[in-house]
Design a protein around this ligand. Structure first.
Ligand SMILES: NC(=O)c1ccc[n+]([C@@H]2O[C@H](COP(=O)([O-])OP(=O)(O)OC[C@H]3O[C@@H](n4cnc5c(N)ncnc54)[C@H](O)[C@@H]3O)[C@@H](O)[C@H]2O)c1
Ligand SMILES: O=C(O)CC[C@@H](O)C(=O)O
Length: 391
């Protein structure tokens, strides 16, 4: 029985896909796989039993990717599965940053007991007037699953869109409307746009990307949207930019004590992916990735190991999966273990990604029989992180 532990609430549409041979487990201890959303695993001890973690979502900054890779734990995410949900909220945020909708709603609530509220509203409304987004310039920083959708939707709303992403994938580039201006320098986007929205992952290199210098380059009265992660924006710099009027409104999906003190910040409690549809999509994709890895050794959409796929295990063969370091001679050492034992390698795949590598072998032991010590010998090889008989 394979045991799966959910570290957050995961849509039942996903967990219902767990077939015979799988069971949900109440604890991480003893689990083969884990499903997670935003729970932080940085300070969590990961049990020896754990083979894989699937993040039902895009951002993986809550998971210690390197520690997992070294321990032979494959981490997956679900690219694009919640992009539409985030795009829709970003469009809403563009409007929240343009019209004082939040102020207007608060005024109505505050005057709920006034019998003459209709008349009073006509007088009060000038305090909440705004501007239209059509015809304005929008800068989209990061053109992956979400950024590309935001850029295209904004074009549809009549905005003049500028996109910046030095690492854009070919697939994402194909999805971007030809009306989006391609900008190769972040400073240029910051300088020309009335609205800016950031859709890059939170990593060491993107931390504080929107700092005092970036804010100083923005147009006076720019509107900045952050639906990626709070670490991308230097809170002190943003507070100063809001106080001086450099930034008119900061709409962020990430509540923290610093942003709660900022005047002109519109703060949401991480609602970007909180739709039934996105939660279902992410859960279904995460469970499928986890099961395909546990059942067949297939890796698709991992963020710490290379993609690798030999399909379902052929009848009569034994599949062995080896997670190892990407070092010279690793493959020869692995295949020698079976050559020495007279086991035929019927099919094989070997892929690498940075310092990590993965080898899948479909084996036929034939008349010689399965060598009892093969797994121990593989596990003892230099640079091998984990060996598993998949089937
Ligand atoms: N608010 C929410 O609920 C919510 C939901 C989903 C995702 N997110 C956040 O949004 C981020 C983006 O999600 P996605 O699905 O679009 O991911 P994605 O991987 O499809 O896209 C990220 C893009 O950022 C680009 N990029 C990386 N570094 C960059 C840099 N320095 N400058 C410009 N571009 C850079 C990459 O090339 C890639 O195209 C996630 O990492 C996550 O943190 C938040
Ligand atoms: O699970 C969530 O609610 C948020 C997910 C989101 O931040 C993501 O990175 O996909």
């Amino acid at each position: 029985m394979r045991r799966i532990h959910c570290l957050n609430n995961i849509s039942p549409l996903g967990t219902a896909l767990l077939t015979e041979g799988y069971a949900l487990s109440d604890t991480l201890e003893g689990a083969d796989g884990a499903l997670v959303r935003s729970a932080s695993l940085h300070d969590v001890e990961l049990p020896e039993s754990l083979l894989a973690i699937a993040r039902a979502g895009a951002g993986v900054n809550n998971i210690p990717l390197e520690r997992c890779a070294e321990a032979g734990i494959v981490v997956f995410n679900t690219p694009g599965a919640n992009a539409n949900a985030v795009k829709e909220l970003v469009i809403c945020a563009l409007l929240l940053g343009s019209r004082d909708i939040a102020g207007g709603i608060a005024w109505c609530r505050d005057n709920a007991g006034d019998e003459n509220i209709a008349k009073a509203a006509e007088k009060a409304k000038k305090a909440f007037s705004g501007r239209e987004i059509a015809g304005k310039k929008l800068g989209v920083i990061g053109l992956g699953a979400i950024g590309a959708e935001v850029a295209n939707a904004a074009v549809g709303l009549g905005m003049d869109v500028y996109g910046y992403d030095p690492y854009v994938s070919v697939g994402a580039a194909w999805r971007i409307s030809s009306a989006v201006h391609h900008v190769t320098n972040l400073d240029d986007v910051l300088r020309v746009c009335d609205y800016l929205t950031i859709h890059v992952p939170a990593t060491d290199s993107t931390k504080g990307m929107i700092d005092a210098r970036a804010c100083s380059l923005m147009k006076d009265g720019a509107v900045f949207l952050n639906f990626s992660r709070d670490s991308l924006v230097d809170d002190e710099a943003m507070a100063a930019a809001l106080s001086s009027g450099k930034v008119a409104v900061y709409v962020t999906d990430f509540a923290n004590p610093a942003v709660m003190r900022m005047e002109h910040a519109v703060v949401l409690p991480h609602l970007g992916a909180s739709t039934a549809e996105a939660e279902d999509n992410c859960a279904v994709m995460a469970v499928r990735e986890l099961m395909d890895y546990l059942d067949n050794g297939t890796i698709a959409n991992s963020v710490n190991y290379p993609a690798c796929d030999l399909g379902p295990v052929p009848e009569g063969l034994r599949r062995v999966a080896v997670l190892h370091e990407n070092v010279p001679n690793a493959l020869a050492r692995i295949t020698n273990v079976f050559g020495d034992a007279g086991v035929n390698i019927e099919n094989m795949a070997n892929k690498s990604r940075g310092e990590a590598a993965y080898t899948l072998l479909d084996l036929d032991a034939g008349a010689a029989g399965w060598p009892d010590d093969a797994i121990e010998r593989l596990a003892a090889l230099e640079g091998v992180r984990r060996v598993r008989v998949v089937k």
